[in-house]
Design a protein around this ligand. Structure first.
Ligand code: C2E
Ligand code: MG
Ligand code: MG
Length: 718
């Protein structure tokens, strides 16, 4: 307006360059009053609506060249492109000049007059100067606009982050507090600004440390927490504490420090972590600590024991006949019983004792500050007393006893061996008639070290001298004919110092330590080698079987059938001459019935004959065994020993035979030592008999001679 008044040019107009380098009308117009006519307004609309690229029309050329331009009569000038709209007006002369910031044209101003003026160089000079001045103003305006924009943007970003953003001055007073800070800490920004972070979000217990940390930093520049992401406790405006993750940094400006922090509430994450940690260290069913946590607590107590010379006892609690609850009442009832036992155990012990569940029905209690066997025994008795009252399970009243083993820590104890000592003592308690406790003592210690020695010797023999293990064979005879049908392979250990050892002395240890798996494989290998040599030398013209004992650990091996298949293939057994059989005890099957059943099925598919060994010593019934792929039941020797005198044993054996036959099982009687026993068993229609009466287990050479001499028949049928 001022320019128009000062120059006498009646109309002025500004174009501004956009980020796309196109000039557009800035809607800044000045029209001196007498020109307010309809045609002029159309010209204005045209100018406002039209964008000018570089080089296009007067504004475009000024924009491109950075030089002013003058037209004496725009209406007749071919360089003027708004001819249509200017034609109806009285405008004639036109000049335009750039607004420059440095070399850059940021705007173009154009002016019109209703007279045709010759170019006025003095006016153009002045206008160039005005353009420069305007450029500076423009520059400042732009910078301010950008600053405002960027502040606005920052505020927007800070307010839309999920993290709290807090800025503080060197005194710790809050200078910025975003929406998330309000959400997380509860204070709104009016309440927060100007107050110290210490009073707003630092829990009282940490305020002093916080202040000291700030002071130390301000005086020495040292700060351990700056530039790091930390987990710290924080306080909500309502007073409760919660964990936050906070990243802090500082900036020095004009000698003054400012502090900044991003913080987030990690309560949910912490809860999740705690939950996972809890799950990893606790038993899901009872909520008691598990083995891992127990070991940790025991190690802690052992450490304290050394420092403070206080005692530590471990009590191993195993429920008596717990399997029967599962079998008779179902697993749900079994689970409820375990939960109830867990509760009672916790009631029986002191608050600082740890009751842990190791597995199944095994619990271990860590009792710190116990120095004497007497004190440990008192706790054990209390445990037995607490478990004694009947439990109500799904409407039934049941009694659960336990056996408890106690071990006291000494200077050599580790957590693991304390538990295993208590475990050994517990077994001893079970052996001496359940429902009792037993202390781990020196005798058991010796037993443990003997076991360890045997374990090492078995391992050594398997690795370096497998031939120390050999097989003896005991015939299994068809009771009515006296024909040897099967030879049971029974392992022996030709120990370099201790002579020939019975399997009783090493099989249980091999089973416990898992060495039975490689040993069992070797036994199979031996059995198949023997079978191969019998094939050549046995003169019988009917097939003979070799029956090999399998332990539960072997049954649990997923690749057992494959192993057996490979061993049989290597031995090149002729199935027409030799049949392989396996004996498994019912107790071993019951350990994991599903796996056992699947494994036995694959063995059957290999053509093997399956027998249940030591039948009657476990708790299974024949009807239950029916679901397993089994051919034969071997009645345990304990039912045979007194059969000639004891009517109860007679009744048991006789009914087992009846039922077994009804279910399509053949029956073997083990341990037949007298002719009376043999006679009675024959009368009871037992299919096969085995025992010292006919042949003891013996090396194959000896047995082969006997078989060839007697044509495979150990007595003549009556
Ligand atoms: P088992 O499989 O029940 O074997 C029968 C046991 O009874 C054998 O003891 C045998 O010598 C003994 N026996 C046989 N007839 C009579 C008799 O008339 N009177 C008496 N008193 N005993 C008799 P052995 O050879 O000492 O084997 C004991 C147990 O060791 C076996 O019981 C079996 O469970 C296990 N065993 C033996 N060899 C192996 C094997 O190669 N692998 C596995 N896993 N276990 C084996
Ligand atoms: Mg056997
Ligand atoms: Mg047996």
């Amino acid at each position: 307006m001022f320019i128009c008044q000062a120059t006498g040019w009646s109309l002025g107009h500004v174009f501004i360059s956009g980020p796309d380098n196109i000039l557009r009308s800035a809607n800044i117009w000045h029209i001196i009053a007498q020109h307010k006519q309809a045609n002029l307004l159309r010209f204005r609309e045209d100018s406002e609506a039209r964008p000018f690229a570089k080089g296009e029309g007067i504004p475009g050329r000024v924009f491109a060249n950075g030089q002013p331009e003058w037209m004496i009569n725009a209406q007749q000038d071919p360089g003027y492109i708004r001819q249509d709209s200017i034609a109806k007006t009285s405008l004639k002369s036109c000049f335009a000049f750039p607004v420059l910031t440095g070399d850059k044209v940021v705007a173009v101003l154009e002016f019109y007059s209703s007279r045709a003026h010759q170019p006025d160089h003095a006016l153009l000079d002045v206008m160039s100067h005005v353009g420069l001045q305007l450029g500076r103003v423009f520059e400042r305006e732009l910078a301010q606009q950008q600053l405002a924009d960027s502040e606005q943007r920052h505020r927007h970003i800070l307010n839309s982050t999920a993290d709290a953003f807090i800025a503080m001055d060197s005194l710790g007073s809050v200078t910025a507090w975003n929406h998330a800070a309000q959400r997380i800490f509860g204070w709104n920004s009016e309440q927060a600004l100007g107050r110290t972070v210490a009073e707003l979000i630092v829990p009282p217990a940490f305020r002093e440390a916080h202040q000291q940390g700030m002071q130390r930093f301000l005086s020495s520049g040292q700060a351990s927490i700056l530039g790091q992401t930390l987990e710290l406790p924080a306080m909500h405006c309502k007073g409760h504490e919660f964990p936050i993750e906070i990243t802090l940094w500082s900036i020095q400006e004009n000698g003054d420090w400012s502090f900044f922090a991003f913080a987030r509430d990690i309560s949910a994450r912490k809860r999740q972590q705690d939950e996972l940690k809890h799950q990893a260290l606790h038993d899901a069913l009872t909520g008691l600590p598990n083995r891992l946590l127990l070991l940790d607590r025991l190690e802690q107590h052992l450490g304290q024991r050394k420092e403070q010379r206080s005692g530590l006892a471990a009590l191993f609690v195993d429920l008596d006949h717990f399997k029967r609850i599962n079998d008779s009442f179902g697993h749900e009832a079994g689970d409820s019983a375990l939960i109830e036992v867990a509760k009672r155990l916790q009631q029986a012990v002191r608050p600082h004792d740890t009751v842990a569940r190791l597995a199944g029905d095994e619990f271990v209690i860590a009792c710190p500050d116990i120095n004497s066997h007497r004190d440990a025994a008192i706790i054990a008795q209390r445990i037995l007393d607490t478990l004694a009252p009947p439990m109500q399970l799904l409407g039934d009243s049941i009694f659960l006893n336990a056996s408890v083993g106690i071990a006291l820590a000494d200077q050599y104890s580790s957590a693991e061996n304390l538990i295993s000592a208590a475990d050994i003592a517990m077994y001893e308690a079970k052996g001496s008639g359940r429902g009792a406790y037993q202390l781990f003592d020196e005798r058991m210690q010796i037993q443990v070290s003997t076991q360890l020695r045997v374990e090492n010797e078995i391992r050594h023999a398997l690795e370096h001298d497998k031939q120390q293990f050999c097989l003896h064979f005991q015939p299994i005879i068809e009771s009515h004919s006296g024909d040897i049908i099967f030879l049971e392979a029974l392992v022996r250990w030709q120990h370099p110092q201790r002579g020939l050892l019975s399997p009783i002395e090493f099989i249980p240890i091999a089973e416990e330590t898992g060495l039975i798996v490689p040993l069992g494989e070797w036994i199979l290998e031996l059995a198949c080698q023997e079978a191969n040599s019998w094939q050549q030398r046995c003169q019988l013209n009917r097939p003979l079987g070799i029956s090999v004992n399998l332990s539960g650990r072997q049954l649990a091996q997923a690749d057992l059938a494959q192993t057996i298949h490979d061993i049989m293939a290597r031995a090149q057994l002729n199935p027409a001459r030799f049949k392989l059989g396996f004996e498994v005890t019912e107790t071993e099957i019951m350990r994991d019935p599903a796996t056992a059943s699947a494994t036995l099925q694959t063995l059957r598919e290999l053509g093997a004959h399956i027998s249940i060994d030591d039948f009657g010593t476990g708790y299974s019934s024949l009807a239950y065994l029916k679901q397993f792929p089994v051919n034969t039941i071997k009645i345990d020797r304990s039912f045979i020993i007194n059969i000639a005198q004891d009517p109860a044993d007679q009744a048991i054996v006789s009914s087992v035979v009846h039922l077994a036959h009804a279910l399509n099982f053949a029956v073997v009687a083990e341990g037949v030592e007298t002719p009376e026993q043999a006679q009675m068993l024959r009368e009871m229609k037992v299919d096969y008999i085995q025992g010292y009466l006919f042949a003891k287990p013996q090396p194959s050479e000896q047995l082969l001679k006997l078989i060839n001499q007697q044509k495979g028949r150990l007595y003549e049928a009556e």
